[in-house]
Design a protein around this ligand. Structure first.
Ligand SMILES: Cc1cc2nc3c(=O)[nH]c(=O)nc-3n(C[C@H](O)[C@H](O)[C@H](O)COP(=O)(O)OP(=O)(O)OC[C@H]3O[C@@H](n4cnc5c(N)ncnc54)[C@H](O)[C@@H]3O)c2cc1C
Ligand code: SF4
Length: 334
């Protein structure tokens, strides 16, 4: 592991300057991803600026009845917060289905959104990888890709985004707030992760050197009845093979609002807007749920070994929406 300088600060302006002034400097939050990548030689920052003493760990209310999740609030604190559990149960469930208790006690909101892919070639510095070394190639396309993307990928990279938390957050229209040297900014999570294109190493729209300060989640009526389901290769401590976050508001048999997002299928959390449109404004029948899943997955382009994810994603959407409908007393029929 390369030697690095370490600074801890309790001031946002100082943290921003410490990163901006030193090439290769990085913010350090819980360290559960960055330090692992440093040990593997994938990341080699010259300086770490520890942000855990910044007062950015609060979970608070927004005027519209939504929530502000401080960037350094731990995953455990967010999952346990009674307002998160009551108003956005899928968010709490998603966090609790990720990593382990010890990791969740260290991992933070900002770090979770910015964690890097778990593609095995990415973390193996003896292999080429366009995401790690631009232009070096993507061995996963013809190699081991059974757990890789089926939607939105390109020949340049077929990796998935590993965050569970980001899946319900994108379904609930969360917004990433940041501070940069030239002032504050905000990016809807739906625009935060860049399409893969031909530069998979450019992962987010966060300006260079910007510090995420919070994620705001607006009030979403449907979110009160939401659910997160994650299929993984073992019962605990594994990243999603496919996951679904769903929220449903049905009144008098008509879908007023539905939110659907998928994890484990693309380089970013995948908002299933086509499926949402297919369900909104009509009754919640088994045929309509099935058609909604089909319309979303029509664009799927599986590789040699991951076509099973298309079936899995379809089945998960159907199962979760049907379960939510039963919870709301608006059981699907037909
Ligand atoms: C064994 C294991 C299993 C796991 N399983 C899961 C799982 O099932 N699901 C899941 O979602 N995750 C899982 N994780 C990943 C874990 O959730 C992430 O490592 C964690 O959320 C990262 O948060 P952190 O605070 O430790 O980030 P760090 O490692 O400190 O930082 C990660 C990146 O974010 C940057 N950063 C951090 N905070 C900010 C900020 N405020 N502003 C700007 N940049 C910032 C850092 O510079 C770094 O580049 C697992 C991790 C491990 C080790
Ligand atoms: S899928 Fe992406 S991360 Fe994996 S080897 Fe290819 S370029 Fe690298």
């Amino acid at each position: 592991m390369r030697e690095f300088a370490y600074r801890r600060t309790s001031r946002i302006d100082e943290a921003l300057h410490l990163v901006a002034r030193h090439e290769g400097a990085r913010f350090l939050a819980g360290g559960t991803n960055l330090v692992d990548l440093m040990k593997a030689g994938v990341e080699s920052p010259a300086r770490l600026v520890d942000i855990r003493s910044l007062t950015l760990d609060e979970i608070g209310e927004t005027p519209d009845g939504g929530l502000v999740l401080g960037a350094t609030a731990t995953n455990s604190a967010v999952a346990a917060d009674p307002r998160v559990r009551g108003r956005y149960p899928a968010l709490s469930q998603a966090i609790l289905l990720g990593a382990s208790g010890q990791l969740r006690n260290m991992a933070t909101v900002g770090g979770n959104l910015l964690q890097r892919t778990r593609c095995a070639y990415f973390t193996d510095t003896s292999e080429p990888c366009n995401r790690r070394v631009p232009g070096s190639g993507c061995p996963a396309i013809d190699g081991a890709h059974h757990n890789h993307a089926i939607l939105g990928w390109t020949r340049h990279c077929v990796a998935t985004h590993p965050s569970d938390m980001a899946v319900p957050l994108i379904a609930f229209d969360a917004v990433v707030r940041y501070e940069a040297l030239d002032g504050p900014g905000a990016i809807p999570l739906s625009e935060f992760y860049l399409p893969v294109g031909d530069r998979p190493d450019r992962e987010t729209a966060l300006p260079d050197g910007a510090l995420i300060t919070a994620v705001t989640v607006p009030a979403v009526k449907a979110a009160g009845r939401s659910r997160y389901r994650k299929v993984r290769e073992r019962a605990s401590y594994a990243f999603a093979t496919v996951s679904v976050a769903a929220a449903l508001d049905v009144r008098d048999g008509v879908v007023q609002d539905v939110r659907l997002a998928l994890g484990g299928v693309a380089s970013r959390p995948w908002r299933a807007r086509l499926a949402e449109s297919a369900l909104r404004g009509g009754p919640l029948t088994a045929e309509r749920i099935s058609a909604a899943a089909d319309v979303e997955l029509a664009a799927a382009e599986p590789l040699r070994d991951n076509a099973y994810k298309v079936t899995l994603a379809r089945n998960l959407i159907e199962a979760v929406v049907t379960e939510l409908a039963a919870d709301t007393g608006e059981e699907s029929n037909g």
